[in-house]
Design a protein around this ligand. Structure first.
Ligand SMILES: O=C(O)CCC(=O)C(=O)O
Length: 269
């Protein structure tokens, strides 16, 4: 496969997100889906999650499969997949670190919504604005099964918005205030499995519950520009990995998994 074509090369800086279609082949997606299915089959009954601004134990749900990459080589390998990194490089530049990842699976007919939010306000160990999330579709995703939605251009000026409790049954338990006029501008990021979107860590985004008969699974991988973004690795809850280019003065804080390097042994987090 050739390098992914950005559907609109300037869209990321102007609107805060962009799409790359057909990045992973159908065969690669089957492999990822099989790994996911095997994780789902061994999910515990209870889970500690970060919700309503605190860590709490809840009934386990497949929306909360956080940080699989340090524990499973298959997900770490995906985080350094050359075609995924080619897409990230187009928006963040050539020097890239991997900060976090999260499998978000909305079961058919029972998938949690994700209230409007900005990512950056959840990541206090990360300083800087050149931070982006790759949202890789493992299943086909559309409005009915709760595809992600973005409000374009809301990253402009990099405002940090206040969070409020939703008191509802949603993934985060928190939201920011979005007026009906702002919500009317939202764009549904419908795509086939193997395609991905990239969104800025300040842009407003969220998704509806899955009320359809089709599962919606996605793998989110969070990257930053290694030169302009600082990570307090003492406070950060998972290792930070150098995946492409140079890490500069912070190199000693990161695990080097650039092409050709062996992956480190899986760790318990
Ligand atoms: O998967 C979703 O619906 C929301 C994803 C999200 O909020 C994120 O990737 O930051």
């Amino acid at each position: 496969m050739t390098a992914p074509a950005n559907t609109n090369p300037t869209q990321y800086s102007v609107e805060g997100y962009c799409l790359f279609r057909g990045v992973l082949s159908p065969e690669e997606i089957v492999v990822a889906r099989n790994h996911l299915d095997s994780m789902l089959s061994s999910m515990p009954d209870r889970q500690v999650v970060y919700k309503d601004g605190e860590h709490k134990e809840v009934d386990a749900r497949p929306e909360y499969l956080t940080e699989p990459h340090p524990r499973h080589a298959c997900w770490l390998e995906l985080c350094r997949h050359p075609r995924i990194l080619d897409a990230v490089e187009q928006v963040l530049g050539p020097n890239l670190i991997l900060l976090m990842s999260h499998l978000i699976v909305k079961r058919a007919g029972d998938g949690l919504s994700v209230a409007w939010h900005q990512d950056n306000t959840y990541w206090h160990s990360v300083q800087g604005s050149d931070v982006a999330t790759v949202w890789l579709a493992i299943d086909d995703t559309n409005q009915a099964n709760g595809c992600m939605q973005v409000i374009p251009c809301t990253h402009e000026g990099y405002p940090e918005m206040e969070k409020f409790s939703t008191s509802g049954d949603d993934l985060l338990g928190l939201t920011v205030q979005v007026t009906p006029e702002m919500a009317a501008d939202a764009v549904c990021l419908e795509m086939n499995a193997g395609s991905l979107s990239v969104h800025d860590s300040f842009v407003l985004h969220g998704s509806d519950a899955n009320t359809s008969r089709q599962r919606r699974a996605a793998y989110t991988m969070r990257y930053a520009n290694a030169e302009t973004v600082q990570v307090n690795t003492d406070e950060h809850w998972v290792p930070v990995y150098l995946v492409r280019g140079e890490a500069g003065k912070n190199a000693s804080q990161y695990i080097d998994i650039r092409p050709g390097r062996a992956l480190p042994a899986p760790i318990e987090t």
